[in-house]
Design a protein around this ligand. Sequence first.
Ligand SMILES: [Zn+2]
Length: 332
Amino acid sequence: MDCCGHEGSASGDARFDIKRVADGVHVAVAAPAYKVNSNTAIIESDDGVLIVDTHSKPSAARVIVERLRDITPKPVRYVVNTHFHWDHWHGNEVYPAAYPHAEIVTNQLTREAMLRKGLKRIQDHVRQVPGEIAKLEADLAAARSAAERERLEANLRLARSYLAEVKALQPALPTIAFERTLKLYRRDREIQLLHLGRAHTEGDVFVYLPKEKVVITGDAVIGWTPFMGDGYPEDWATTLDRLAELDFTHIIMGHGDVAGRDWLRTFRAYVYDMVEAVRREVAAGATLEEVKQRVPATLAPTYEKAFSAYGDYRPWRTGVLGNIERTYAVVS
Ligand SMILES: [Zn+2]
């Protein structure tokens, strides 16, 4: 399973829309592509650049390195990983290769999770992608239209080159790890790295720029229904309450476009209401199947529209059912 559950019908290789969020602060918003849909934040300071997250493969991170040259001549000094999921750190190796002084930074729990769970994921991909390639080959053989054949051929090329990349991956683990807070005082900017508790994973890192009023959330807040497979649904809303205490106006998320505080309120309320609804059902003795029947219907009037901004790419219902399964397992 990938970080956010189900892969949608995305195709094509890594493409990013680079947007300015504040002076010297940019985000590369990923267009949904083959195995690439996560964002990179770019923070310039007097002595270099800090990058947040590195995508799912080195070639995607290389696209960012290329685009960086249009933004600033300064070298990358720090690369921050927000959590251990593959789609946020498999591109790490590109930065120390391009910038020999670059340090990779994360929370201690995330570094341990990379070692314990993340490295294994690389081997899982080496084993699983040949099956994906075989399926694409079969689909291609059965394709009826030229357009369909063209789409499948493009995906087949990407899958084959992804397999070669993941086999050759040189996992670049963080070189600096912190417990709860690490503050970088650059001459022109303060950058805070914060662990506020468990949410999407055990070691989620937020990057906060107090002067610019920008926060970078990784996948603790995203633009569609969260993936909770490795998450802590019961802790999530409380962690987001700590986040909400910070003073910011712009949220750069792990996936999806830049958002404001209103989206944090909606997202937090969804997590809270979903967990409470599952708890109530479990307390009343409902089976998992019954909970999966009833809770989406309870939540839909309030949340379905807000969480359907990415339509078929990340269908709301599939996401909610995954969240319910995870929550049911932890509360019962
Ligand atoms: Zn992700």
